[in-house]
Ligand binder design. Structure first.
Ligand code: SF4
Length: 371
C-alpha cells in the first residue's frame, strides 16, 4: 500500500493540492478544476492518510477525490434531491415530519463527500452559518411549534462550530420545553477526530434535553483508532450514538465490506441506524447502486450478522415525501391452495391466510406451517 506522506496536517482543498500529494494526475487537472468550480473539495489529513494512492479503486479515495464523472448530470438528478426546500418554513429549518425538524446551522464540513445530497448547498462560497437574524427566526419557529420533540442539527456539519457557539445553540434549544431530543449528524469524529475535545463533548451535553450523535461513515477503515477513541469519549460522557451510511458503488457495495462496517460500529458501541440508498444528487450516478443490489446486500447481511448490526435500508423519496424503508421483504401471501382451515369461536370452519416467509439462508417456509 503506497501511503502518501503528508508533510503538514493541512486539509487538501484544491485539485492542485491533490496532484501535489499524488492523489490525481496532472492530466486530470482541467476536468478536476471544472468539478471543483461547482462542488467543494476538502480532504482532511486524517482521511488522506487512509488513502492508498497506488490503488485506483481505493474506497476512501472514491468518497473524497473528485472525478470527471461528476460532470455528467442525469435528468433524474436534482440540486435538492430529497425535497428540503418545500418543507422549509424559515431559513435553516426543514419541517418534514410533525414531531421533528432539521436545523441547518452551518454549510461547511470537515470533508466534502463526492456523493453528498446537499452538495449544491455546502462548501466555501455558500453562507458559512445562519446569520443572527435567521438564527433567531429559526429558534422562534421551533419555540412556536410545540409538536417539535426532536431537533436534528445538520448542515453542513454542526461539529464545525466552535464549542463556545455549540454551547449557546444547545442551551437555546434545551430552553424550549417541548424540545426533548437534540440529534447531531456529523462526520467530524472520523474526518477530524482531534475536534472532539473535552470542550466539544461538554458543549454537546445540556440540561433539559437528551443529546444523540449520528456518526456518518461508509467504510470500516474510517473507524481508525483515533476515530474510535473520539466516539468512545462521547459515549463514555453519556452521549448515545447511532450510525448512518450511504450505499456507494465501489466503496461498500459488497456484503463483506458492509458486514465489517456494521461490526465496526457495534464494536464502537454505535448502533447501526440507516443505510441510505444514494440520493439523486447531481453528478453522482457513478456512485449509486441499483435498488435490487441494495436489497440483495441487506439480505446477505441478515445471514451474516446479528440484529444488533442491522441498519434500516432507506430511500429518501424525491420531492420531500420523506424516508421509506425499502426492504427486502421477507413475507408474502402464499397462494390460496395453501390456505389453512381453522375454526371460529362459533365452530364454523373458515380459511386462515397462509404466508411465505424467507429465512436467513434464503429458504422459503409457510407460516403457519403445514400440519
Ligand atoms: S459531511 Fe455530510 S453534508 Fe458534508 S459533504 Fe459529506 S455528506 Fe455532505
Amino acid at each position: 500500500m503506497s501511503k502518501v506522506n503528508l508533510a503538514s496536517a493541512a486539509t487538501l482543498r484544491t485539485p492542485a493540492d491533490l496532484v501535489a500529494h499524488g492523489f490525481a494526475s496532472t492530466a486530470d487537472l482541467p476536468d478536476l478544476e471544472k468539478v471543483a468550480a461547482r462542488y467543494a473539495v476538502a480532504i482532511t489529513a486524517d482521511m488522506a492518510a487512509l488513502i492508498d494512492a497506488g490503488d485506483p479503486d481505493d474506497p476512501i479515495a472514491r468518497q473524497f477525490i473528485p472525478s470527471a464523472e461528476e460532470l455528467a448530470t442525469r435528468d433524474s438528478e436534482s440540486a435538492d434531491p430529497i425535497g428540503d426546500h418545500v418543507h422549509s418554513p424559515v431559513a435553516g429549518i426543514v419541517h418534514r415530519y410533525p414531531d421533528r425538524v432539521l436545523f441547518k446551522l452551518v454549510h461547511v464540513c470537515a470533508v466534502y463527500c463526492r456523493f453528498c445530497f446537499r452538495r449544491e448547498m455546502v462548501g466555501p462560497g455558500k453562507a458559512s452559518a445562519l446569520p443572527p437574524a435567521a438564527y433567531d427566526a429559526a429558534i422562534d419557529y421551533i419555540r412556536a411549534h410545540p409538536e417539535v420533540w426532536e431537533v436534528i442539527l445538520t448542515g453542513g456539519d454542526p461539529l464545525m462550530l466552535s464549542p463556545r457557539r455549540l454551547t449557546e445553540v444547545m442551551a437555546d434549544l434545551a430552553a424550549i420545553d417541548h424540545v426533548r431530543i437534540i440529534r447531531i449528524h456529523t462526520r467530524v469524529p472520523v474526518a477530524d477526530p482531534a475536534r472532539i475535545t473535552p470542550e466539544m463533548i461538554s458543549a454537546l451535553k445540556v440540561k433539559g434535553a437528551t443529546t444523540w450523535v449520528a456518526l456518518h461513515a461508509n467504510h470500516v477503515r474510517e473507524l481508525t483508532s483515533k476515530a474510535r477513541a473520539a466516539c468512545a469519549d462521547m459515549i463514555d460522557a453519556g452521549i448515545p450514538m447511532v450510525s448512518q451510511s450511504v450505499l456507494l458503488r465501489g466503496v461498500n457495495d459488497d456484503a463483506a465490506t458492509l458486514e465489517a462496517l456494521m461490526r465496526g460500529f457495534v464494536e464502537c458501541r454505535i448502533k447501526p441506524y440507516y443505510l441510505h440508498h444514494g440520493d439523486l444528487a447531481p453528478g453522482t450516478s457513478h456512485l449509486r447502486t441499483t435498488l435490487e443490489h441494495g436489497q440483495q446486500l441487506m439480505r446477505a447481511l441478515r445471514g451474516r450478522v446479528s440484529g444488533l448490526c442491522q441498519p434500516d435500508y432507506v430511500i429518501d423519496i424525491p420531492g420531500g415525501y420523506g424516508k421509506a424503508p425499502i426492504g427486502p421483504n421477507y413475507l408474502s401471501r402464499a397462494d390460496s391452495s395453501s390456505q389453512l382451515n381453522s375454526f371460529s369461536r362459533e365452530g364454523e370452519q373458515q380459511a386462515e391466510t397462509r404466508y411465505r416467509v424467507v429465512d436467513y439462508c434464503g429458504d422459503v417456509h409457510l407460516y403457519p406451517p403445514k400440519s
